[in-house]
Design a protein around this ligand. Structure first.
Ligand code: PLP
Length: 404
């Protein structure tokens, strides 16, 4: 018998399947709203000018070689990345209580964080609570290392907003010391974030129950255009000593998707505790990747550690976030003022980040794909980055048709 006969064929990844269908479509007005990456006003990938500048510097640096990085990554990168998320004046930074390790982008940070917890967390019950819905990969990453996933209520289809009372109730009734995965900002896939006041209440509940916050931060700066603003929840939780870790990605905010630049930061109660945690992260990383890729980390390190490049980066982040926010406003205006589309569309401007839950159902989403050549996932999620000045009117008109 053939050796691998028992291996079943896995279904294709739904997003990749959507992209393939979009590519195969020859209709001139086709629109891809499934894409999880920034596109410029001409639907093209955008290399940030600051990244071009940093690349040029690296190219001309005679000291750059292709030797291995340390197991835990480029030290000047991980240190600057920690300052970026926690703030340089944060007590966790000043007291050197953060164990930081370079990872294979945000996905690798989620995985390494999960693996570390699976081995070392003092569980009452091994389980992670993720929002309903969440980034689909969360449902794969945790079971992969033997951590079952439960969901907490998050999205309320009635209001197309946050199911806050039900969320809070789950925080209060979950076993003590449970682990809750929280999206630091720009929740994927809904675009719905808690308000600062609600974050405060979430922190209260977590402190009361001794829960652990597993922050996934994939969009710092990319969401609002302001790095400080988008780090607010993480910093507030750190300030209030909620036990936490942060998974950090530079895929979106630096446009370095394929370079896989990320970091895992675990906050410890003491400097000595952080050193012990980092020693174990190093053991885990050694077995999995030996050491992380150098190029992207060098680019981000240059950007974070130079005042000039950092200012350039902030400008580029504003360009990306600004275009996405402008698309939200224009879509809202077209639906409410021009087309007088039935229903309330305020969620389009109230949501934040690359993704928006439009509130339309699977049948309407399907109709948009089949009749209008507009590609989106069946949950009604659209990527704002897929909209631009050339296609937004077409999209608004087709959405209007689909909901009438
Ligand atoms: N976490 C969330 C919530 C995301 O949306 C993403 C990307 O879509 C990631 C993590 C990880 O992305 P990457 O591994 O490219 O950094």
């Amino acid at each position: 018998a053939e050796r691998w006969e028992a291996v079943p064929l896995a279904p294709p990844d739904s997003i990749f399947k959507l992209t393939a269908a979009y590519k195969a479509d020859t209709h001139p007005n086709k629109v891809n709203l499934g894409v999880g990456a920034y596109r410029d006003d001409d639907s093209k990938p955008w290399v940030l000018p600051v990244v071009k500048k940093a690349t040029e510097i690296l190219l001309n640096d005679p000291t750059v070689d292709h030797e291995y990085l340390p197991i835990t990554g480029l030290p000047e990168y991980t240190a600057a990345a920690a300052r970026l998320v926690f703030g340089k004046d944060s007590s966790v930074i000043k007291d050197e209580r953060v164990a930081s390790v370079q990872t294979i982008s945000g996905t690798g940070a989620n995985h390494l964080g999960a693996l570390f917890l699976s081995k070392f967390y003092g569980w009452n019950e091994k389980r992670i609570y993720v929002s309903d819905p969440t980034w689909v990969n969360h449902h794969a990453i945790f079971p992969q290392v033997g951590i079952p996933v439960s969901t907490y209520p998050y999205y309320d289809p009635q209001t197309i907003g946050l199911a806050f009372p039900a969320f809070l109730e789950t925080l209060k009734t979950a076993p003590a010391r449970s682990v809750f995965l929280l999206h630091a900002c720009a929740h994927n896939p809904t675009g719905v974030d808690p308000t600062r006041e609600q974050w405060g209440q979430i922190a209260d509940a977590m402190l009361e129950k001794g829960h652990f916050a597993f922050f996934d931060s994939a969009y710092q700066g990319f969401a609002s255009g302001d790095l400080e603003n988008d780090a607010w929840a993480v910093r507030e939780f750190a300030r209030r000593s909620v036990p936490l870790l942060v998974c950090q990605s530079f895929a979106k905010n630096a446009g370095l998707y394929g370079e896989r630049v990320g970091a895992l930061h675990i906050v410890a109660p003491s400097k000595e505790g952080a050193a012990r945690i980092k020693s174990q992260l190093s053991v885990l990383a050694r077995a999995e990747i030996s050491n992380p890729p150098a190029h992207g980390a060098r680019l981000v390190s240059l950007i974070l550690n130079s005042d000039e490049l950092f200012e350039d980066w902030k400008r580029d982040i504003k360009t990306m976030a600004g275009r996405i926010i402008a698309m939200r406003k224009e879509l809202h205006r077209l639906l409410t003022e021009e087309l007088k589309t039935p229903g309330n569309w305020d969620h389009i401007v109230n949501q934040i980040g690359m993704f928006s839950f439009t509130g339309i159902g699977p049948a309407q989403s399907q109709a948009l794909v089949e009749k209008a050549h507009i590609y989106l996932t069946s949950n009604g999620r659209i990527s704002m980055a897929g909209l631009n000045s050339h296609n937004i009117r077409y999209f608004a008109t087709q959405l209007d048709k689909a909901v009438r």
